[in-house]
Design a binder for this molecule. Structure first.
Ligand SMILES: NC(=O)c1ccc[n+]([C@@H]2O[C@H](COP(=O)([O-])OP(=O)(O)OC[C@H]3O[C@@H](n4cnc5c(N)ncnc54)[C@H](OP(=O)(O)O)[C@@H]3O)[C@@H](O)[C@H]2O)c1
Length: 312
């Protein structure tokens, strides 16, 4: 396996691989893809064997936390582990998803629920600490303050149950979250086709936070890629309009997509999810090639801007 480059996750000081692994695909249940426990164990161990050292999960991702706990907790010193909080502790997908839920399930931004959720994650993940806990679903500053969420996270940190605190942030709340100055990390959606958060990523990094990019594969895929469930309507057709195929020069589309994200100087890691060991190996190989060459990156941005994908 090639060596993955590492980057510092902002002020946490953690040296994370530029490719991380997102475990939403391991959720199973009514909303997820069906794989056996043996396959789940195989892909999680392949992630670590491939040198990836940053794993992202959530209470909301069905049985993903249990799968991590069952299959790789014996290798806990090989990976940094990030989960979420604010997701309703004790909730289970078979309970149904209330209308208007943000993220994977219901969220309750209170001190009690944050603490109960982290305790539950530690049991499921079979570990005594999370390296990072991120508030899920980007609540407003007011919601955070009303529920005492940040104080609860800092208390968990003081107890050694979490090492650093972060926020899964989007849209207009992101700048408020950066300005709060308390978060060590932000998880932010970003890809070549959806560059709306490009400047905010740079601002978060300049403020000293680490940035974990999500959606760098699903949101970056060309329009004929049916796997792209998350991409907003504004991204459809951008790949073709920008004629990114004309810039590939022998690279696969997915290599371009993941390296484009990795070229953002503010991005610490990109948590791509996959259940396919061949895709995992391709992603590792792609990111090991490093950032895109500066002239190619500039040409891609120029074409993308003309096609309608640009920072907001
Ligand atoms: N904070 C939040 O609110 C939030 C929301 C969503 C997700 N997340 C996190 O972000 C992670 C990423 O999630 P995402 O939904 O944005 O998706 P993603 O990881 O960007 O993309 C996943 C999809 O890309 C495909 N894929 C990966 N590598 C590929 C390759 N080399 N060739 C072709 N297809 C490839 C996978 O299919 P195969 O399995 O077939 O490879 C899968 O369908 C999640 O796992 C989760 O940890 C966070």
């Amino acid at each position: 396996m090639p060596d993955l480059p590492k980057r510092t996750l902002g002020r946490t000081g953690l040296e994370v691989t530029a490719l991380g692994y997102g475990t939403m695909e391991l959720r199973g249940g009514p909303r997820g893809r069906q794989i056996s426990e043996e396959e789940a164990g195989r892909i999680l161990n392949a992630v670590l064997d491939g040198g990836i050292n940053f794993i992202d999960t959530s209470i909301d991702y069905g049985i993903a936390e249990e799968r991590i706990g069952n299959h790789i907790s014996h290798r806990r010193d090989e990976y940094y582990l990030a989960s979420k909080c604010g997701c309703l502790a004790g909730w289970n997908e078979s309970d149904g998803r209330p209308a208007g839920s943000r993220g994977g399930g219901p969220h309750v931004f209170t001190r009690e629920n944050v603490i109960a959720g982290v305790e539950q994650s530690l049991r499921r993940l079979k570990t005594d600490h999370l390296d990072l806990v991120q508030v899920h679903a980007s609540p407003s500053k007011q919601e955070l303050e009303d529920g005492g969420v940040v104080e609860a996270m800092l208390d968990l940190k003081a107890q050694g149950k979490v090492r650093f605190i972060g926020m899964s942030s989007t849209g207009s709340n992101l700048r408020d979250h950066i300005a709060m100055g308390v978060f060590d990390e932000f998880q932010i959606p970003y890809s070549c086709l959806q560059r709306g958060h490009e400047d905010a990523i740079a601002e978060a990094a300049a403020a000293g936070a680490g940035v974990v990019v999500r959606g760098g594969a699903a949101r970056g895929a060309p329009s004929d890629d049916e796997r792209n469930r998350e991409r907003g309507a504004e991204a459809v057709g951008i790949w073709e309009k920008a004629d990114l195929d004309g810039l590939l020069g022998g690279m696969s589309r997915m290599e371009f997509v993941v390296r484009f994200t990795a070229t953002h100087p503010g991005a610490s890691t990109n948590i791509v999810g996959t259940l396919n060991p061949v895709h995992l190996a391709e992603n590792i190989e792609a990111v090991s090639h490093g950032p895109l060459p500066p002239d190619l990156y500039a040409a891609a941005k120029h074409r993308l801007k003309a096609a309608g994908s640009q920072p907001e």
